[in-house]
Design a protein around this ligand. Sequence first.
Ligand SMILES: NC(=O)c1ccc[n+]([C@@H]2O[C@H](COP(=O)([O-])OP(=O)(O)OC[C@H]3O[C@@H](n4cnc5c(N)ncnc54)[C@H](O)[C@@H]3O)[C@@H](O)[C@H]2O)c1
Ligand SMILES: [Zn+2]
Length: 368
Amino acid sequence: MSDVVPVALGARAYDVRIGEGLLARAGELIAPFAPRGRVFVVADKRVAMLHGEALSAGLNAAGLDVVGLMIPPGEETKSFQWLAQVCAELIQAGIERRDLVIAFGGGVAGDLVGFASGIVKRGVDFVQIPTTLLAQVDSSVGGKTAIDTPEGKNLVGLFYQPRLVLADLGVLRTLPERELRAGYAEVVKYGLLGDAAFYDWCEANVGKLLACEPEALAYAVRTCVAAKARIVAADEHESGERALLNLGHTFAHALETQTGYGASLLHGEAVAAGMGLAFALSADLGLCTAQDATRVRRHLAAAGFEMDLRKLPGAPYDADALLALMSRDKKAENGKLTLILARAIGAAFVQKDTPAAAIRALLARETS
Ligand SMILES: NC(=O)c1ccc[n+]([C@@H]2O[C@H](COP(=O)([O-])OP(=O)(O)OC[C@H]3O[C@@H](n4cnc5c(N)ncnc54)[C@H](O)[C@@H]3O)[C@@H](O)[C@H]2O)c1
Ligand SMILES: [Zn+2]
């Protein structure tokens, strides 16, 4: 059983297939995109150790010729060094324009391998096989690829859409609980930004989801992917609506910058705190009710996220330092802050010219 969510991007349209057991069927599903019958799997090493055999068996079953390459796990792999390394290995292994690359792993593998696919031989087709909850609901869909540089995260990259995304829900069972929870922050994000009914579902079903119950996982991944597909189809290059996906992210990036984007504070953990702050600020500015802001924080805390900035890894945080980092974030224009705020749960919008004084007052209250 699997669901198919189409991403309607004209000539670049593709399907996201979601279900159990998709690795075993990978060959049959991917073969139409590999006219030369050859695929280059670039896998996160940890994922390869856990699920590489299942993927190889699935690919071999359809008679595909498989070349396997490995990248180390971790954000540090999203670097120029590893981009060069992956391109070099693909070329040395004899890749040609009509071959196919498969990115196998979480968002790190997807972002790096997608980028490498977009530039090697001036672009070869690629397929995403996302293996984290975050990657299944967010990073594998929409075509953003990137590496990090010393100047910051995701600053060098391409919009380069995959030909297919295979989200095998079964692989999520080996994901460490903390990584699963971090992905859940992005799941809740879709409810908070545009779907109040889905947010209600999250509140009622978070336990089942974090226990990887098949029906809950399938429903959540399908709902999030459908939301992301709709937003990306409407605004592929983020000139408008796609910015809503950054709910909580300007706050989160400031927190992550302070902790060095390491394992002490995962992206999803920062996003959970950031979404709490975005709703608190929306309430402070009279845009949404205080009840909505409280409800969001309560739910995220109940889901296991630290919502108190004084206790969050990286604390103590400084209000002025965080504000300075937020102003430097790429969403700041002319010294004024553009933030994603909300009129209610399920009703986020792009707020230009958010008064810095209100943000500072909120951060001062939260950090002291
Ligand atoms: N392109 C986009 O639109 C987009 C959107 C959001 C995030 N991102 C990027 O995604 C990255 C984060 O992705 P992530 O959270 O998936 O992290 P990740 O790729 O680093 O994976 C997290 C950890 O889980 C391990 N892992 C992956 N799948 C596993 C499995 N099935 N079982 C056991 N372990 C597994 C990995 O080895 C790694 O240690 C960031 O670099 C972020 O910038 C991109
Ligand atoms: Zn995110």
